[in-house]
Design a protein around this ligand. Structure first.
Ligand SMILES: O=P(O)(O)OC[C@@H](O)[C@@H](O)c1c[nH]c2ccccc12
Length: 389
């Protein structure tokens, strides 16, 4: 890997968030890493130099470096696509001026607009995270974590609620808005809502932290944590970089969401390990069979969320869970003692009954309860009985 060191400095390639680069996962990756002729010694241009003293030879070498960086970006999308991931991690840029690489790179590169809302969110997140990382580097976050209070047992709280009530444990979502539903609640006081949920019998809370698309924030997470709410907290974020997991831990999260539609397998493996190291639970979200297959092949996963909402189209289908929990998948889930969380679009006791029947032991609910004038009473309405007792 010696020759790749020079690429690590590029924020565009962000290899730290891409562990698979160290172990090429498929033939494309092997081909790429073998082909890569970069050696530190062949790039004098990247050594310290005085401005204005770049020779034509060094300019060529800089161009070559840009080309390689650009190819690595393409390569990330290729690995993801080989796992059925349609979301491209970053907007394609045009190839550098003197690009002479494979033609297929150019073809993939067509179209610089996001294909759907999830892609738009992820592209925006990429910019947002690189700015935040500059302001608060990982080394600084790690220092804070040394003194951070212990996390609370998210999975344990769900199990306890399930055995106490005989109903799925509730993760109640503190959600102001979403791109598909617009503003859900104008008078939005996150701490007040969190307290009402806790009083109403929620086992855990989910706090949206994305600002641009969901009008959430890390400040909300922190405020709820500092207000003395006892329920463990899920940080509901679009994680694309391990840095975000450290940040969530500092802001008071006990668990974090990882979305399989966005993250390749090796990223999930790596991030699940980081979560364990930091004492966080990871809720890995899937939407279809292929994602479920991928996630069941990863060791150490305790919580799988099945999202009834397709994040690319916003279509909601609550029978989705049933399909994904039948047959071999169901068997593996039971064998591995994984808790399945039914997510999105649940409004009535019938909905809850239906997904429980399909095999879920927990549910994640936002809209139907956050919209009620008393969100705690909203919980009673959702389950058809008071679950706080
Ligand atoms: O408000 P609803 O339909 O009850 O959904 C809650 C939750 O499942 C949803 O907010 C959600 C599930 N997965 C996500 C991923 C990102 C953002 C949001 C979500």
């Amino acid at each position: 890997m010696e020759g790749l060191i020079s690429l690590k400095s590029s924020p565009r390639t962000s290899l730290s968030s891409f562990p698979s680069f160290n172990q090429p996962p498929n033939s494309f990756a092997r081909r790429f890493s073998m082909d890569l002729p970069l050696r530190r010694s062949s790039f004098p241009a990247i050594r310290a130099q005085q401005p204005g003293t770049i020779s034509p030879k060094e300019e060529d070498e800089e161009d070559a470096l840009k080309v390689k960086e650009w190819e690595v970006g393409m390569f990330q999308n290729e690995v993801a696509a080989s796992q059925g991931i349609r979301i491209r991690r970053r907007p394609p840029t045009s190839p550098p001026l003197h690009y002479v690489g494979p033609f297929e790179f150019r073809l993939q590169n067509d179209g610089n607009t996001p294909r759907n809302i999830l892609e738009e969110i992820v592209w925006h997140k990429d910019t947002e995270v690189s700015q935040m990382k500059e302001r608060k580097p990982l080394a600084t976050l790690k220092k804070f974590i040394e003194n951070a209070p212990l996390t609370r047992d998210f999975v344990g709280a769900l199990k306890a609620a399930h055995s106490r009530t005989g109903l799925p444990g509730l993760i109640a979502e503190v959600k102001k808005a979403s791109p598909s539903r617009g503003i859900l609640r104008e008078d939005f006081d996150p701490v007040e809502i969190a307290r009402a949920y806790e009083k109403g019998g929620a086992a855990c809370l989910s706090v949206l932290t994305d600002e641009k698309f969901f009008k959430g924030s890390f400040e909300n997470l922190e405020a709820i944590r500092n207000a003395g709410v006892q329920c463990p907290l899920l940080c509901k974020e679009f994680v694309i970089d391990a840095w975000q997991i450290y940040y969530a831990r500092i802001k008071g999260a006990d668990a974090i969401l990882l979305i399989a539609a966005v993250l390749p397998d090796l990223d999930i493996r790596y991030m699940v390990k980081i979560c364990k190291m930091l004492g966080l639970a990871a809720l890995v979200e899937v939407h279809d069979e292929r994602e479920m297959d991928r996630v069941l092949g990863i060791d150490g996963i305790e919580l799988i969320g099945i999202n009834n909402r397709n994040l690319e189209t916003f279509e909601v289908d609550i029978s989705n869970k049933k399909k994904l929990l039948e047959g071999e998948h169901g068997q593996l889930i039971r064998q591995k003692d994984i808790i399945v969380v039914g997510e999105s679009g649940l409004f009535t006791p019938d909905h809850v009954g239906y997904v429980q029947e399909a095999g879920v032991k927990a549910v994640l609910v936002g809209e139907s309860i956050v919209k009620q004038s008393d969100p705690g009473k909203g919980i009673t309405g959702l389950f058809g009985k008071d679950i706080s007792l």
